[in-house]
Design a protein around this ligand. Sequence first.
Ligand SMILES: Cc1cc2nc3c(=O)[nH]c(=O)nc-3n(C[C@H](O)[C@H](O)[C@H](O)COP(=O)(O)O)c2cc1C
Length: 181
Amino acid sequence: MEAIKGRRSIRKYKPDPVPEEALRTVLEAVRWSPSWGNTQCWEVVVVKDLKVKSELATALPNTNPAISSMTDAPLVLVLCGQKGISGYYKGQARTVKGDWLMFDIGLAMQNLCLAAYMLGLGTVIVGMFDHKKVEGILNVPQNVEVVAMTPLGYPAAEGGTPKRKEFSEFVHHEKYGGEKI
Ligand SMILES: Cc1cc2nc3c(=O)[nH]c(=O)nc-3n(C[C@H](O)[C@H](O)[C@H](O)COP(=O)(O)O)c2cc1C
């Protein structure tokens, strides 16, 4: 609960490098994530080169508050998923939801963020950008799609804690909309 409640989106980073061992631990957190039928559709692109980080930043709209963190942080991790694997059996989607790629990559990203927090490292999940542009910059193949990115580095500043909904606003009892008996 400490990690779940203490982790914050970090948008200001120190330039200090991330030790290789810490990067390995963060990738290990992705590796041990749950996934549909253990399909493990994740692919992670580790970006260190300032030139590539700067190119990635151009895919974010100017209004994205994470834009400067893309180049300030020593690393950017880009989480991608192989299409048509998660939620499928013999090429057929098993549920009305179709591809569960977004779900599985979301779980992997949360594991990554919590592991990073445990190591004193900051992350911010970045989802608002031109995905096609990023796929082009990183040479992502057709059968894979980019889902989200995060800078990774030591926090220079922490933002506030955005408020959360109360239980009464999202917990339902017995049936949707049901009150506690
Ligand atoms: C799927 C997803 C996409 C997000 N995209 C962005 C983004 O593009 N830019 C940004 O600054 N923050 C982004 N965030 C971070 C959220 O704004 C942040 O998690 C939320 O405000 C709660 O704050 P906290 O993470 O500090 O608890 C995203 C978060 C999620 C889960």
